[in-house]
Design a protein around this ligand. Structure first.
Ligand code: RAM
Length: 890
């Protein structure tokens, strides 16, 4: 038996983390069960730092047993295992850990900026609004940009520092970050493969630095470290209206190159005012959303010097996977009806564009990226743009001026959401000259699914693609219009995400973004990191279903990964949010309508505070108007307060906070009582065709037995009367199949297999390659609707957990309870859990079903078959058959 996939704080061979006592974990291979392990850790010189010796244990992870790691410390470690027969396996390969700079004192570098004055913008929300209306960018998407440098925006800063390496170094590290986006090069070669660094945080509170191993780039001799610095999220456009200067006005850079020699001597090249600077490089304009203007005939002069800058936040490591380049698409161009070149990737992605071609100096290329074609077959950005007279964003365009000879362009400081690229140019661009590159946080894909319904397979793939397109250091709603870290979207999608990808470090980083925002009253936001949120939306911070992410994601993280450390890490903030929820109980606000419930129940009714409610049900089920976001939603808010505080009680119990547990339980139960009373009122009656109204209380167990029985029947009737289409909105769509499957599996499958709008399978039927924001596609919301919005893909968790029955429950154990049904001939799902691969597939046979279940080494599973029979099995592949009731004929 041997250990593979060695990880440190959920990362593989991390370089530059700041976890001083990281957890170590591995996966067992070749064997049934582990009886003991030994972990050995060595320092840089190969001397043993600690050795656990043979430890009789089946655990595949250990808390750091040694002394806390120090700044820059690099160690290697390996594992060997004993199996159930006490046979000792071979040592694993060595894995490594290297700490970054752990304290502010480790930085000798100084923050620097470009040497130009940036006027202080008008402060506050109104300032943002005016700025938005003042619209300093080019007008309509159809207008060719002619002005190279736009008012109020600055070209990319170019910094340069020459240095000499006297003798061959044994180790060289570049520690670097920015308020803005940086790209560093040594002697013209890009350092590392990270993109859009240093990533997205609220830079006023948290700045992430990266660590690069640049030893191989530094032979003895003269070198040049150059860095380009762009606006990025820091002062470039954020949110639907592209608000500027969300975190500051002056972009800044901090870099420290440490070159270590064999004798222990360290040379340090650090940012200071000696660094050369100029603003005359090839990138004249760069904005995350609007694109780039590049003049390839230009090269930076570095004629000036950097200026001293300040930033009072000590940089920290992100301890997260980086944003990197992934899939590449090189389609052949076609001629669009408007006479322009059109490249169709065949897949909607978020990413970059790369061009390779020959041209003469001053020829040009203008390309524009979008998700859809209009009725004539030409590219349109209508569905993703917010526009007003003379202003539209995102532009998602690149204007490129060629140099003589070969031209190579690749996006550096923006990201586009697109399937189509439209090009206007006077150069020859043929097949192979344009490549689109998907860009996303480098999470390992862990989930796969396949079944006999091709549309469902395509919907699943669309969900995977929407996940990729919306994982850019932050889980976003869409990669085009808003690009916000919406807390509601992340909350409803978390379970699906945790099957599809190893999202542990990614989500943990984002939870810090969420709590970075937290207000003194405990409120959590609708969007994190802060920034780009229009002022009229601010009242919706604290909305149930959205802000609840601060409790629901850590809760589900713990449940799914069996790792409670996330709870302990965030508990203070979670508790403050729970108290914020509790304070809304029994109170009324200015827009609260009277709800006629009395006595004890009244104390727990949540009829205060704005919230999104169910949000975005199909228009013929509930047409939203402005009142939906202004008035409280007592039904939704009371339900979520019960559910979230119920989760919080379990968390408090796990962490041993007994008083808290009792308090949250009391409020959770009180809310349930209030909900039952509310459901007896005519205006909140359970006699409704609104599916969400019935799904919610059934999912959260809010009703008394009589009400429950009624609601169950009524829900089936509601589905029936809506033609077995989905009538739920944002919050209940991920819950409806679970609710139905509990007592009427056929009903769940009928809804899943529905191909009409609104329905999941309607999207692939219409050719979608990513998940749409609206059931109606772009027909909804006045035509403004993203085609790359993962939230409706949250149903995929059901495919893993119920349809194929894979439900991780704690370390080294999984329950596998597949529930075949519908018109499916077969289905299979695989999930690379932190303990190894779990698979379950089923196939319809003559009089029932045949199942295959795969359990990873050193794990056990409880297999529950549809006939109710249960078996405990160990590692390996197991096959079962079971006679089933007659399946619904297709
Ligand atoms: C939309 C977003 C998001 C949702 C909010 C309330 O604009 O796209 O999906 O969470 O509104």
């Amino acid at each position: 038996m041997r250990a593979t996939n060695l990880t440190v704080a959920c990362l593989t061979n991390p370089l530059g983390i700041d976890v001083r006592c990281p957890e170590l974990a591995w996966i067992d291979e070749d064997g049934l069960s582990q009886s003991a392990y030994q972990v050995e850790c060595k320092d840089g010189a190969g001397a043993t730092l600690w050795d656990t010796g043979k430890v009789a244990s089946a655990s595949m992870r250990i808390a750091w047993p040694g002394a806390a790691l120090a700044s820059r410390e690099r160690v290697t470690w390996r594992v060997r295992l004993w199996d159930d027969g006490d046979a000792c396996g071979p040592w694993s390969e060595f894995a490594s850990i290297e700490e970054g700079l752990l304290s502010a004192d480790d930085w000798c570098a100084r923050w620097i900026s470009g040497n130009y004055d940036v006027p202080t913008p008008r402060a506050g929300a109104l300032g943002n609004f005016r700025q938005m209306v003042a619209a300093m960018r080019p007008a309509s998407p159809d207008q060719v940009v002619t002005e190279p440098i736009l008012e109020g925006r600055y070209p990319v800063d170019c910094f340069c520092r020459a240095f000499v390496v006297g003798k061959a170094p044994v180790r060289a590290r570049l520690y670097i970050t920015a308020c803005g986006l940086y790209e560093a090069r040594i002697d013209g070669e890009k350092v590392g493969d990270l993109c859009m660094a240093p990533g997205h945080t609220d830079y006023r509170k948290r700045v992430q630095y990266q660590t690069y191993d640049v030893t191989a780039a530094l032979a003895t001799g003269a070198h040049e470290l150059t860095v380009q610095l762009a606006d990025g999220w820091y002062r470039g456009s954020c949110g639907a209206w592209g608000l500027l200067n969300q975190y500051g006005t002056q972009t800044k850079l901090l870099a420290q190159l440490e070159v270590t020699y064999a004798d222990g001597h360290v040379d340090c090249v650090a940012t200071d005012t000696d660094w050369q600077w100029s603003g005359d490089g090839p990138i004249l304009f760069a904005d995350n959303k609007d694109g780039e203007m590049v003049d390839a005939t230009r090269a930076p002069s570095y004629a000036g010097h950097a200026r001293d800058a300040r930033h009072d936040v000590a940089p920290t490591a992100s301890n997260n996977v980086p944003i990197t380049m992934h899939e590449r698409f090189s389609p052949a161009p076609a001629l669009a009806p408007n006479g322009r070149l059109l490249f169709d990737l065949g897949q909607n992605i978020a990413g970059w564009v790369e061009l390779d071609f020959d041209a003469h100096e001053s020829q040009h290329v203008l390309l524009r990226c979008g998700e859809m074609l209009d009725a004539d077959g030409n590219l349109t950005l209508k569905n993703i743009q917010c526009s007003r007279e003379g202003f539209a964003t995102p532009l998602q365009q690149v204007e490129y001026v060629c140099r003589e000879g070969h031209n190579h362009y690749r996006t550096t400081f923006c990201v586009f959401g697109f399937r189509y690229v439209e090009v206007e140019t006077n150069v020859q661009l043929g097949e192979g000259s344009l490549t689109a590159i998907a860009l996303y946080s480098d999470m390992r894909q862990t989930g796969s699914f396949e079944c006999s319904n091709e549309l469902l397979n395509r919907f699943f793939e669309s969900t995977v693609w929407s996940t990729k397109g919306n994982s850019l250091d932050v889980p976003t709603d869409c990669p085009t219009r808003e690009r916000h870290g919406w807390s509601g979207d992340a909350q409803i999608f978390f379970e699906t995400l945790s099957y599809l990808f190893d999202c542990r470090s990614f989500e943990r980083k984002w939870l810090h973004d969420l709590f970075d925002w937290q207000k003194r009253d405990g409120r959590l936001p609708q969007v994190a990191p802060a920034g780009g949120v229009d002022s009229y939306m601010r009242f919706l911070d604290g909305s149930v279903g959205w802000a609840d992410a601060g409790i629901l994601i850590p809760y589900r993280y713990w449940r799914h990964y069996g790792d409670a450390s996330v709870l302990a890490e965030l508990y203070d903030g979670m508790r403050r949010y729970a108290e914020f929820m509790i304070r809304r109980c029994g109170r009324r606000g200015p827009f609260s309508k009277r709800v006629g419930i009395h006595g004890e129940a009244k104390k727990y009714l949540v009829n205060m505070g704005q919230c999104y409610g169910e949000w975005a049900e199909p228009a013929d089920v509930h047409k939203m108007d402005w009142k939906d976001t202004v008035a409280p939603h007592p039904e939704v808010a009371t339900a979520y307060t019960d559910y979230v505080l119920g989760c919080m009680a379990q968390i408090a119990r796990e962490l041993g906070h007994e008083e808290d547990e009792a308090r949250y339980r009391q409020y959770s139960e009180g809310c349930r009582l209030a909900y039952q009373e509310l459901s007896r009122l005519p205006e909140f009656s359970l006699d409704t065709d609104r599916q969400a109204r019935l799904v919610r209380p059934l999912a959260f167990g809010l009703l008394d037995p009589q009400q429950t029985a009624y609601a169950r029947k009524r829900l089936v009737k509601a589905c029936e009367s809506y033609g077995w289409r989905l009538g739920t909105g944002f919050l209940s769509t991920p819950l409806i199949l679970d609710v139905l499957a509990k007592y009427d599996l056929d009903a769940a499958y009928r809804l899943l297999e529905n191909e009409e709008m609104p329905g999941w399978l309607f999207m692939p039927k219409m050719g979608a390659t990513t998940v749409w924001e609206s059931w109606e596609g772009t027909q909804a919301q006045g035509g403004i609707a993203s085609l790359n919005h993962y939230s409706k893909g949250a149903v995929c968790a059901w495919l893993f957990r119920v349809m194929c029955g894979i439900a991780p429950d704690g370390e080294r154990h999984v329950t596998v309870a597949p529930r075949p049904g519908g018109r499916f001939a077969y289905a299979k799902a695989g999930y690379e859990s932190p303990c190894g691969f779990v698979g379950c597939g089923w196939q319809r046979v003559e009089d029932g079903w045949r199942f295959a279940v795969e359990v990873p080494a050193n794990c056990a599973a409880t297999v529950v078959l549809p006939d109710g029979s249960t078996r405990e099995v160990g590692a390996g592949v197991h096959e079962f058959e079971c006679v089933a009731r007659a399946a619904r004929e297709g």
